[in-house]
Design a protein around this ligand. Structure first.
Ligand SMILES: Nc1ncnc2c1ncn2[C@@H]1O[C@H](COP(=O)(O)OP(=O)(O)O)[C@@H](O)[C@H]1O
Ligand SMILES: [Mg+2]
Length: 348
């Protein structure tokens, strides 16, 4: 003891560097431990998927290697347009063929929508991930975008698709809840995107919202139409408005409605802006559509009741984050799967 409490003067020259060295190595260990914890638990974004192509390249179907995004010249000469498969406010979409691959060729329909078109293209380029449709090429000059084609089309067709007899085995609450998980995972990705917090503005009613997402052949969901993804920046007080017109109905969040009553005519410049919590408000309605009405759907709805109630809070800041909703959905999916498994085992 006495020795340990010895005065500083009592430390030998060799002990001083040893002590400093010990402190330094402790600090280093702490830093390493912190970085590891940060990587595993705190880091909001998962590490990049190494199987994905680098920016500027794509891979789809059975392609082994990544290929460079097609240029204007290649789009004009190598893509064969077959038939129209969809249309929205900005683009007309054609099933097309490139190099024996089915692709979707989107053509800008109205020149006055060029800014939205270019914004969407910019977002597609920067947000390539498992959550977003694969970009194959583009030509700004011609107003064309080429993406991977998904034969099952947009989420609006989900019910018709699942009612086909060949898809009966996927028309279960398990698969439908998995779709809801994927939908929330996309919203979460947009809210934590490499381009900051992005709000899915093209979603003023349920059919419109559903038409922005595609159902892939392996029954997963990708975001397709990114023409209206404005940025929210909480640190500098940047908020958004989805369009310049008055919105109605209860699909949109309450803060998106004109707050000054029917007697005061709507004026865009007096309309308050809002943030990404408008996407959270819409989750219960989209999920309910995805869950549909099969055996077990109502049981799932019951388990999601509390989180959905929180999503529908009138006060945006009281709504959960997309990450909170995603965590709850995943917990519910896993616990219901586990309990069904143990029930099945008991029956055997
Ligand atoms: N890659 C694709 N595969 C299959 N269908 C598609 C694809 N891209 C778009 N579509 C169809 O075209 C519709 C309109 O496309 P979208 O990009 O939303 O256009 P807009 O920007 O005009 O709303 C979609 O709702 C979908 O039905
Ligand atoms: Mg659209």
């Amino acid at each position: 003891m006495g020795q340990q409490h010895g005065s500083r003067k009592g430390l030998t020259h060799r002990e001083v560097p040893r002590g400093v060295g010990l402190l330094l190595s402790l600090a280093l260990m702490n830093a390493v431990l912190y970085l590891c914890l940060d990587w595993f638990f705190i880091s909001p974004r998962p590490p990049e998927d190494p199987s994905r192509c680098p920016r500027g390249y794509f891979r789809m179907g059975r392609m082994k290697n990544c290929s460079r995004w097609l240029s204007c010249e290649e789009l004009r000469t190598e893509v064969r347009q077959l038939r129209r498969v969809g249309e929205g406010a900005v683009k007309r979409v054609f099933l097309s063929e490139w190099n024996e691959h089915k692709v979707a060729l989107s053509r800008l329909t109205r020149l006055e929508m060029k800014d939205d078109f270019l914004h969407g293209l910019q977002m597609l380029k920067s947000l390539q991930s498992q959550h977003v449709v694969t970009l194959v090429g583009y030509c700004e000059e011609d107003g064309t975008i080429l993406t991977e084609y998904h034969p099952l089309g947009s989420l609006s067709n989900l019910e018709e698709t699942l009612n086909l007899s060949k898809y009966q085995d996927v028309n279960t609450w398990q698969h439908r809840l998995q779709l809801a998980v994927e939908y929330v995972a996309i919203i979460n990705y947009l809210h934590q995107s490499p381009l900051g917090v992005r709000v899915m503005c093209d979603s003023n009613d349920l059919p419109k919202t559903l038409s922005q997402y595609l159902l892939t052949s392996n029954f997963s969901i990708v975001a397709n139409d990114l023409d209206a993804l404005p940025l929210v920046d909480h640190a500098s007080g940047v908020r958004v408005k989805c369009g310049h017109r008055e919105l109605h109905g209860d699909f949109v969040a309450p803060e998106q409605l004109w707050p000054y009553g029917g007697d005061t005519p709507f004026r865009d410049d007096f309309m308050p802006s809002y943030d990404e919590k408008i996407d959270i408000w819409k989750i219960p309605d989209v999920s309910s559509f995805l869950l549909g009405h099969v055996e077990g759907s109502d049981m799932v709805r019951f388990h999601l009741f509390d989180i959905h109630k929180a999503c529908k809070s009138q006060i945006p800041t009281e709504r959960p984050t997309a990450q909170d909703v995603l965590d709850t959905y995943q917990k519910v999916l896993h616990s219901l799967r586990d309990s069904v498994m143990s029930q099945t085992k008991e029956m055997l």
